[in-house]
Design a protein around this ligand. Structure first.
Ligand code: 13P
Ligand code: SF4
Length: 312
């Protein structure tokens, strides 16, 4: 009975994938999927990537329609960078709690207190907030972006953990907002120590959205892409992974012979997981939900995103 149910599920998946391929052709659409998406979504993606790579892809695609499988701010960034394209997201409820921890009023008040500071915004922010900033960054380029800014004083929003990490690599004064990622911030020193005791030969690779005391334990610290690259190229065979569990899809694909242990069962972003194949089909059929960003906000936010894309 169980085997039959499994077979039926696989068949349904195959049908959904075929329907997606057909709809993609009809709509001239591409599917962009963040590394934290469910495996089934990553399997149908034209491009998988971290927030930086996906922003680059959105800015350069020839497709008419972008299906953004990630969270809301990522879809917004795609729309801002490709204003003439239709940007669909499979489920509007896919938000990012960290992005919601900073708003325009709060940021304006902080800017007033530090009139000489330039604002560097993690891409995990709303379009409204981006429109109030000087330059965006992702975890893949944060240090380079800070160094590129023409000011010795930086307001950093919204991730306090990434802010703490990057501030160690610059002499600039970094004024850090108090936001955090509910998922990465869950990981504790105790979790990591227990895993290290269980897997003494494993290297601990960690995302800087984790708490500073956890990041300190890392054999390697980097963005999602940097972690994937490091594990692929490393001579080590076993890793404890301190980032969201969807990353396992690319890690296992790149290094099928290596072993990856996820540091806890809590390293799952529930917002990233609301997307599924059925919703991808539905959004391509109905062309809804679409991302809209008011033009003035988009123009200001685009300047900030494009400055980031130009940082070498
Ligand atoms: P990156 O994609 O930049 O690694 O960011 C991690 C993240 O939490 C995205 O929401
Ligand atoms: Fe936001 Fe964290 Fe989820 Fe990324 S992993 S979308 S930062 S809550």
């Amino acid at each position: 009975m169980e085997a039959l149910a499994l077979e039926r599920k696989e068949e349904q998946k195959r049908e959904l994938k075929e329907r997606i391929a057909q709809l993609k052709k009809e709509r001239n659409a591409i599917i962009l999927a963040h590394y934290y998406q469910r495996d089934e979504i990553q399997e149908v993606a034209d491009f998988r990537g971290d927030s930086f790579l996906l922003a680059q892809k959105a800015a350069s695609t020839d497709a008419d329609v972008i299906v953004f499988c990630g969270v809301h701010f990522m879809g917004e960034s795609a729309k801002i960078l490709a204003p003439n394209k239709t940007v669909l997201i499979p489920d509007e409820r896919a938000g990012c709690p960290m992005a919601d921890m900073v708003n325009v009023e709060g940021l304006r008040a902080l800017k007033k207190q530090h009139p000489n500071a330039k604002v560097v915004a993690y891409i995990n922010t709303s379009a409204d907030v981006k429109s109030e900033t000087d330059i965006c960054c992702t975890s893949a380029n944060a240090i380079k972006v800070i160094e590129s800014v023409d000011s010795d004083e930086i307001i950093w929003v919204p991730d306090k953990n990434l802010g703490d990490y990057v501030s160690k690599f610059t002499d600039k004064k970094v004024i850090i907002w108090e936001g955090y990622c509910n998922t990465h911030d869950m990981l504790t020193v105790k979790d990591v120590e227990e895993m290290k005791a269980q897997y003494p030969n494993a290297q601990f690779v960690v995302h800087p959205e984790c708490r500073p005391e956890v990041v300190k334990l890392g054999d390697f610290v980097g963005s999602t892409t940097a972690i994937i690259k490091y594990c692929k190229e490393s001579e080590h065979q076993e890793f404890i992974v301190g980032t969201e569990d969807g990353t396992g899809f690319q890690l296992r694909m790149d290094s099928p012979d290596k072993t990856f242990h996820f540091a806890t069962k809590y390293l799952v972003c529930p917002n990233m997981k609301v997307n599924n194949l059925k919703k991808v089909v539905r959004c391509l059929e109905t062309m809804q939900p679409q991302i809209y960003v008011p033009q003035q906000v988009a123009d200001q936010a685009r300047a900030s995103l494009e400055r980031m894309l130009q940082v070498k």
